[in-house]
Design a protein around this ligand. Structure first.
Ligand code: ADP
Length: 351
């Protein structure tokens, strides 16, 4: 059941006179909320996307019209939800959050559409997981702010059109390729989020260390950043672990040495790969002779869901040129074989 949370405007934001209402299905937001930027200005990196979004928001406020629909795509943890939840705050409107996976029939979407206030935002996470019938039901809502409801059955059935208040859909997906063309085309803006450079991640780590009240060396922040796979969520997780390690094993301060020891204990290597990433490479190397091999076969061998590999493991390995994808499957590169040999030596030695 959706859980409704009312977020009151911050005292120092005069333009936000409307409370931000979040309709949050259980589990839609992680426990990362303490570190999640609440204003778009607090977001670090992704400057091109940021600039375009700010222009769209500014124009919308001036025209007093709803913001055009926006689709964010990219691997998990790069800031899709953060952008989506910051935008209504900038607009001073309410925001409802739905998850594509739970929208199984048009009736699941109706409450969100009829509850949508004028110029508010409906954020649909994992929008590629919406059922086709729901997708089709959403088309007229996005295009003409109208839904077509069928009342009754058989000969007595009739369709009534229901007018909605103008609103904005913000969709997020890790798999833009799975969206049907008609759905994709209904988004006026499509923004692809890229992995973050080390400098941006180091800035996020430094700022979040201050939020977590932990003292951290600049060199340590950079080392954690280098081992965060280009992903703010992973950077935050690494930071939390390093902080815990520092509290338990050091004097609570994160020096480069403490950070390296903490990450070694979790077997996070110099490229930022963890045990699961290396297991994936190792399975392709040993069981499938380096590939090419289909992702399902690798997933079965590892006993994980193929989606986990496609969404969470492969994007960074592809970006780092450790694997390549061909029509016949995934294949390791020389770089991956060298990396496996090196990390095997490193982690087989006692620390
Ligand atoms: P996604 O929806 O793409 O999976 P999120 O928006 O949930 O990713 O981001 C995960 C976490 O990473 C956020 O809670 C936040 O702490 C952090 N984060 C993401 N993008 C940024 C950013 N641009 N600046 C600072 N922190 C960020």
């Amino acid at each position: 059941m959706p859980r409704e949370t009312i977020i009151r405007p911050e005292d120092d934001s005069p333009e936000m006179d409307v409370p931000l209402r979040l309709n949050i299905p259980d589990g839609a937001l992680d426990d990362d909320s303490a570190l999640r930027p609440s204003r778009i200005d607090d977001m670090i990196g992704q400057r091109d996307v940021y600039e375009r979004i700010l222009i769209a928001i500014d124009a919308t406020k001036k025209r007093r019209e709803p913001l055009g629909h926006i689709l964010f795509d990219g691997p998990p943890g790069l800031g899709k939800t953060t952008f989506a939840t910051c935008i209504p705050r900038e607009l001073g409107t309410s925001c409802q959050i739905a998850s594509g996976a739970t929208l199984k029939a048009p009736k699941d979407l109706i409450p969100y559409l009829t509850n949508a206030e004028e110029r508010s935002v409906l954020f649909i996470d994992e929008i590629h997981r919406m059922q086709k019938a729901v997708e089709e039901f959403l088309y007229p809502a996005m295009e003409d702010f109208r839904i077509d409801l069928v009342i009754g059955e058989g000969n007595g059935a009739r369709t009534i059109n229901m007018q909605l208040r103008p609103f904005t859909v913000i969709g997020a997906t890790t798999r833009a390729g799975l969206l049907s063309a008609p759905l994709r085309d209904r988004f006026q803006m499509r923004e692809h989020l890229e992995f973050y450079p080390v400098d941006d991640l180091a800035a996020i780590i430094t700022r979040n260390a201050a939020k977590l009240r932990v003292k951290i060396d600049e060199t340590a922040a950079y080392e954690i950043a280098r081992r965060s796979r280009g992903t703010p969520r992973i950077a935050n997780n690494r930071l939390r672990w390093v902080r815990d390690y520092a509290v338990s094993r050091a004097n609570g301060e994160v020096s480069l040495q403490v950070a390296l020891k903490a990450m070694r204990m979790q077997e996070i290597d110099a490229l930022g790969l963890d045990r699961q990433d290396r297991k994936y490479l190792d399975v392709i190397a040993r069981v499938f002779g380096g590939g090419p091999v289909g992702v399902e076969a690798v997933a079965h061998t590892m006993n994980v869901a193929p989606d986990t590999l496609v969404d969470e493991v492969e994007p960074f390995l592809l970006r780092s040129e450790l694997i390549v994808r061909s029509p016949r499957g995934r294949k390791l590169t020389i770089l991956a074989l060298e990396h496996l040999a090196e990390t095997e030596r490193l982690f087989s030695k006692p620390s």
